[in-house]
Write a protein that binds this ligand. Structure first.
Ligand code: UD1
Ligand code: UDP
Length: 382
């Protein structure tokens, strides 16, 4: 029997981090021919992940432009992928999550009548403009895909509520698979300021912020709140690897430059990021991925957004929604910095998003759906 041709398509940093262990798992299976196509919606931040995991894509669309718009990303991906599919015809395309690459990848495959599998399926806020455009991207991919790999049972229920009945699997999130290979007891950072930080004596606050719906006033309020927190807490060291988006760079530097205990640094590679997180006191972020990783490392998270599609860790008590309002962000950070009982209540490791075996389950499910094995995949129990 011919090998099953499976093509992974991804383009941004978070997709790459979460697809990398899946690419490795696909490569390990002898029933599968694994092909990888990157759109390079992100260039530097993608290449850093490819380097670390040792992935050399067969196709690279190299679409990134400075200050790119949603329309240019989507159209460049669609046109580029059409050519790729003319050259090779995969039996299955796997896309991840909710970016413009994800949506365009699923749509381009659908146009060629190629089966689509959606990794990290079923996350919803039910607010079409928040996160923007991710909520609509993942909803549309939910319609285009035939296979839905849901990290949690709640994600599966979201899809069932939308009428999806077939091809649903609860697998855990592949980011937890990635996390198991990166965090080390002894770690030397490339950025020397991170080697010099006093992780035991100081309270290191790890910050990231990049979401499009936060551009403008919400992001300005977030940055102003971060400046105030740093200035009123000399016992804290705020470390912020700033996303390369020009809108984010400008805002972060305008509010945070020149504050002694604020360190604005370049984006970290994923090993550095996970090791910094493991050594931090607190995480403040609007990132999706950090909301999943920090609870697994026992780090409290304040989410700099009004909603989250990841309620599991909020329910488990390690993540709180701080919102985008200056006063609310300051008072929630003050509480975690000043009140050790409040901090201890949040600082315990939970793993609602995975157990490190998501990729194995996803590939088992693919082989099962394509009739290459009679053994159904195991379900992640949470
Ligand atoms: C994208 C995703 C978002 C995801 C985020 C992860 C969409 C619409 N948005 O948002 O869902 O959470 O990635 O980080 O798909 N840039 C560089 N080098 C890089 C990466 C980015 O210079 O390696 C700059 C470029 O100027 C680019 C800009 O950042 O135009 C914005 O990148 P883009 O992918 O459009 O949006 P993100 O905010 O990164
Ligand atoms: N990350 C990283 N370096 C950084 C910031 C984030 O490696 O400087 C990792 C982080 O650990 C997580 C992923 O990138 O795995 C999250 O990406 P991002 O916040 O850009 O996107 P989101 O998850 O919000 O879509």
């Amino acid at each position: 029997m011919d090998k099953l041709k499976v093509m992974t398509i991804f383009g941004t940093r978070p997709e790459a981090i979460k697809m990398a262990p899946l690419v490795k798992e696909l490569e390990r299976r002898e029933e599968i021919e694994s092909l990888c196509c990157v759109t390079a919606q992100h260039r530097q931040m993608l290449d850093s992940v490819l380097d670390i995991f040792g992935i050399v894509p067969q196709f690279d669309l190299d679409i990134m432009e400075p200050s790119q718009t949603l329309s240019t990303i989507t159209t460049k991906c669609l046109l580029g992928l059409e050519k790729v599919f003319q050259e090779v015809r995969p039996d299955l395309v796997l896309v991840h999550g909710d970016t413009s690459t994800t949506f365009a990848g699923a749509l381009a495959a659908y146009y060629q009548k190629i089966a689509v599998g959606h990794v990290e399926a079923g996350l919803r806020t039910w607010d079409r403009y928040s996160p923007f455009p991710e909520e609509m991207n993942r909803s549309m991919v939910g319609r285009l895909a035939q296979l839905h790999f849901c990290p949690t049972a709640a994600n599966r229920r979201n899809l069932e509520a939308e009428g999806v009945r077939d091809g649903l699997f609860v697998t855990g999130n592949t980011v937890i698979d990635a996390l198991q290979t990166t965090v080390l007891k002894e770690f030397r950072f490339a950025e020397d300021v991170l080697n010099r930080l006093d992780y035991g004596g100081k309270k290191v606050i790890l910050v990231t912020c990049h979401r499009r719906e936060n551009y403008g006033k919400p992001m300005e309020d977030i940055m102003a709140a971060l400046a105030h927190i740093a200035q009123t807490h000399p016992e804290a060291e705020l470390v912020y690897p700033v996303h390369l988006s020009p809108a984010v760079q400008e805002c972060a530097h305008r509010y945070l430059d020149g504050i002694e205990n604020v360190h604005l640094i370049v984006p970290l590679d994923v090993e550095e990021m996970h090791n910094l997180m493991a050594r931090s006191y607190l995480v403040m972020t609007d990132s999706g991925g950090l909301q999943e990783e920090a609870p697994a490392l026992g780090k409290p998270v304040l989410v700099l957004r009004k909603e989250t599609e990841r309620p599991e860790a909020v329910q488990a008590g390690t993540v709180k929604l701080a919102g985008v309002d200056y006063d609310a962000i300051v008072s929630m950070a003050d509480e975690l910095l000043d009140d050790s009982a409040a901090y201890a209540k949040m600082a315990h490791a939970v793993n609602p998003y995975g157990d490190g075996r998501a990729c194995r389950r996803i590939v088992d499910a693919v082989l099962y759906q394509f009739g290459r094995t009679d053994r159904p995949p195991e379900t992640f129990q949470g």
